[in-house]
Design a protein around this ligand. Structure first.
Ligand code: FAD
Length: 475
C-alpha cells in the first residue's frame, strides 16, 4: 500500500482558485486522510480581479465592488469564514438609477428587473422609450414563444420579445455593466438562461418576470439582519476582506505568489506542472482557474484546448475620482447612471460610489467611478491615463455639470478581463470538458470564463471543481 500523501495544486489565486482551495481543504479535512494543497499565483498577490485600495480614508474597489445578495455561494462562504458581520448593504436613500438619453439623465422606471418591465404604468410613462417603442415592448404579452429551443444571442432574444428600443436604450446598457459585451454575440443560455425558461413557461418575458419576481426581503432572508433588504451587498472594508479571509483560512496550505505555470500535462496517474522558470512538479490533481486564454496556453499540447480561444475577452478601464462634497453640483440620492452606445460618450456608466456605499468615503468627501470600454469600443487602451481622465471628466461635465478638479484620481486598466460567452458556449464547454477528462483526468479547468462571471458564480465553480477533483483522486 502506498503511503504517499496526495498533492493537489490550484493554479490561479483569484476568487475561483482560493475558493477551490478552501473547499478542497474543508472536504479533505472532513475525510480525515492526509493531503497537501498548493496554490500557485503568477502575480505578486492573491485576489485576481479583486483589488481594494485604502487611500486617505476612502475604500476604493479597482475591480469588482459588490455582489447580488440573493446568490448564496458568496454568503455561505462569508459565514464559513466567520465574516458575515463584515457585510454591508447599499444606502437605502440612493436607490435611483438613471439612463442617459440624448444627453440627459432619465430615471429608470420603477419595476424594471434586469431591464425587463414588471410594472406597466411607470414603464408607459418613461421618457426613455418612444410611444411606438412602448407598444412594441407590450407586444411581448401576446407574441408566441419560440418553439426551437437551441441557443440564440441575448440581443436577438430581447429584440424578438421587447423590440429594438428597449434593448438598445435600457437592457443593453444595464447588462453591459456585467459583460461589457455586444448582446448580439453573447449566448442567451450562458448569460441569462432564466429569460429563456420564462419564455418557455409563460410565453411572455414580461409575464414570466412578473411571476418569478420575489420581494427583496424573501430573496435576502438568508443574510444577517443588518443587511437584509439590500439587493447588492459588499464588505465594509472592501472585497479584499474576502480574499484575506480565504488566505487566512488556508494557513496550513502551501501558498505561492509570483509563480507562473507554463504547462500542465497528464503523466501516468499524475499531472506534471511545468513552471515558467523551467522547474516542474508532479501532483495528483490540478485545477486551472486562470482566465481561459491562459489555460489554453498551459494546455497548448492538447488539441481541444484551442476551443478555449473561442471565448473572447473585452478590456475595460475605470477612472475613479475623489471630490470635496461642496464641489458636487447635484443631489447624491442615486446610485449612478448608465450610458447607451448611441450616446457616443467615452464612459459607459458612472457609479456615485460614496452615495451608493456609505462606507467608501470619509465625511464631506465624494467618490465617483466611471467605466470605459465595451465590445466594439476597444480603442481606449491606446490612450494614456491622463487622456482617459480627461475624457471621463469631459463626460461628467456635460452630463452632470461637474467641473471641479478631483482631489485625486485612480485609473485601472483591466486588459482582457471580461469573458464573452459566445452562442453555443455551454455545448462547446461540455465537449471540451469531456475530451479533457478522457485525455487528462487529473486536470480540471474552471473559473469566470466558463459558467458565470459574478463572484458568487466563481465561488460555486471553484467549490464544484474541488469536489470533482477530490472524487477523481480518491477513485
Ligand atoms: P481571476 O480573478 O482573473 O483570477 C485568475 C488568477 O489566475 C489571476 O490572479 C491570475 O494572475 C492568475 N494566473 C493567470 N495566469 C496564470 C499562470 N500562468 N500561472 C499562475 N497563475 C495565473 N463580479 C461581481 O460579482 N461583482 C462586481 O461588482 C464585478 N465587477 C467587475 C468589474 C470589473 C472591472 C471586472 C473586470 C469584473 C467584475 N466582476 C464582478 C467579475 C468578477 O470580478 C470576476 O469574474 C472574478 O473576479 C474572476 O475570478 P477568477 O478567480 O475566475 O479569475
Amino acid at each position: 500500500m502506498s503511503t504517499r500523501i496526495p498533492h493537489y495544486m490550484i493554479v490561479g489565486g483569484g476568487i475561483t482558485g482560493l475558493s477551490a482551495a478552501f473547499y478542497l481543504k474543508k472536504r479533505l479535512e472532513s475525510e480525515g486522510a492526509p493531503f497537501r494543497i498548493s496554490v500557485v499565483e503568477k502575480s505578486p498577490s492573491f485576489g485576481g480581479k479583486i483589488h481594494t485600495l485604502e487611500k486617505e480614508g476612502f475604500v476604493i474597489e479597482k475591480g469588482p465592488d459588490s455582489f447580488l445578495a440573493r446568490k448564496r455561494p458568496i454568503i455561505d462562504l462569508a459565514y464559513d469564514l466567520g465574516l458575515e458581520h463584515e457585510l454591508t448593504g447599499t444606502n437605502p436613500k440612493a436607490k435611483k438609477t438613471f439612463i442617459v438619453r440624448q444627453g440627459k439623465l432619465h430615471p429608470m422606471p420603477p419595476g424594471l428587473v434586469l431591464g425587463i418591465p414588471t410594472q406597466m404604468t411607470p414603464f408607459m410613462k418613461t421618457g426613455l422609450i418612444s410611444p411606438l417603442g412602448k407598444l412594441r415592448a407590450a407586444l411581448d404579452l401576446v407574441l408566441p414563444k419560440r418553439e426551437v429551443t437551441n441557443d440564440e444571442s441575448l440581443g436577438h432574444f430581447l429584440e424578438r420579445r421587447l423590440g429594438k428600443e428597449v434593448l438598445e436604450r435600457i437592457v443593453e446598457p444595464l447588462l453591459a455593466g456585467i459583460y461589457a459585451g455586444d448582446t448580439f454575440k453573447l449566448s442567451l443560455k450562458s448569460t441569462f438562461p432564466q429569460f429563456r425558461t420564462m419564455e418557455q413557461k409563460h410565453r411572455s418575458l414580461i409575464l414570466g418576470m412578473m411571476a418569478s419576481r420575489k420581494n427583496v426581503a424573501e430573496e435576502t432572508a438568508h443574510l444577517p439582519s443588518a443587511v437584509r433588504n439590500s439587493v447588492f451587498v459588499t464588505f465594509k472594508k472592501g472585497l479584499q476582506t474576502l480574499v484575506s479571509g480565504l488566505v487566512a483560512a488556508l494557513d496550513s496550505t502551501d501558498l505561492r505568489t509570483g509563480v507562473g505555470v507554463a504547462s500542465v500535462r497528464q503523466s501516468g496517474q499524475q499531472a506534471e506542472v511545468v513552471f515558467e522558470d523551467g522547474r516542474s512538479e508532479m501532483v495528483d490533481g490540478v485545477i486551472l482557474t486562470s482566465p481561459v486564454h491562459q489555460a489554453a496556453k498551459m494546455l497548448a499540447h492538447f488539441p481541444a484546448a484551442s476551443e478555449l480561444n473561442k471565448i473572447d475577452y473585452i478590456s475595460v478601464a475605470n477612472v475613479i475620482m475623489a471630490f470635496d462634497r461642496k464641489d458636487i453640483p447635484f443631489e447624491l440620492d442615486a446610485s449612478g447612471f448608465l450610458v447607451p452606445r448611441s450616446e457616443g460618450s467615452t464612459i459607459t456608466a458612472c457609479t456615485l460610489t460614496s452615495a451608493k456605499w456609505l462606507h467608501t468615503a470619509p465625511d464631506g468627501k465624494v467618490l465617483l467611478r466611471c467605466y470605459i470600454g465595451r465590445s466594439g469600443e476597444q480603442e481606449w487602451p491606446a490612450l494614456s491615463d491622463a487622456q482617459l481622465i480627461s475624457k471621463a471628466r469631459h463626460d461628467l461635465r456635460s452630463l452632470l455639470g461637474l467641473t471641479a478638479e478631483p482631489l485625486f484620481t485612480e485609473v485601472t486598466r483591466l486588459m482582457h478581463s471580461m469573458p464573452q460567452y459566445p452562442v453555443g458556449h455551454l455545448e462547446q464547454i461540455a465537449r471540451f470538458r469531456e475530451e479533457l477528462e478522457a485525455a487528462m483526468p487529473q486536470v480540471l479547468v474552471t473559473g469566470a470564463g466558463f459558467h458565470g462571471v459574478g463572484l458568487p458564480d466563481c465561488i460555486r465553480q471553484g467549490k464544484e471543481a474541488a469536489w470533482q477533483l477530490a472524487d477523481r483522486v480518491s477513485a
